[in-house]
Write a protein that binds this ligand. Sequence first.
Ligand code: IMP
Ligand code: MG
Length: 195
Amino acid sequence: MAPKKGVNEMAENTNGMLDDIQEVLLSEEKLHEIVERIGAQISEDYKDKKLLMVSILKGSVVFMADLMRAITIPCRIDFMAVSSYGSGTKTSGVVKIIKDLDIPLEGYDLLIVEDILDSGMTLSYILDILKSRGPRSIQICTLFDKPERRQADVKAAYVGTQVPDAFIVGYGLDYDEKYRNLPFVGVLKPEVYGG
Ligand code: IMP
Ligand code: MG
């Protein structure tokens, strides 16, 4: 883990990013605890399996990097990038694959690693695509869950924590590609996104 910094100390060197944060929802320490817990659980559940962790870019990279180091069994990793079709701010659920996986999935126990499960439309589409490639099993691990926003019938086997229906950033999560490098997770001030 990177050296821990307090919010006040960070304020001096995040070039105004902290001014856009309404409140810190999860500290670095809390995130570390969550990741350790899920990593231990996955290590136990997949000890007799052939684990392939697939991170959906880009929001889940920070979570993925920490989670894989909290997993104590052999595992393989891969990355997939998708973009949503359709206009407006809502996910259409129809996604285009921008970067596909490198290997065939037969025989693997696939674990999709996501940053946040919101409407579930994106993951529902990705699940259908990946299931059709015949992995031995397929499950979802999401760091954050906003259950009251769900539209598609998607369930995660591993959930870090539920979060309120607010726009959150940091630890990989962005607004307009910004704030991903904040080491904690905070609620973005609504005025930043015109909310
Ligand atoms: P959905 O589940 O298809 O609606 O979309 C999930 C995706 O929307 C996530 O992978 C994030 O990229 C993005 N997203 C949803 N809620 C938030 C949030 O509060 N902060 C940052 N990104 C979010
Ligand atoms: Mg995003």
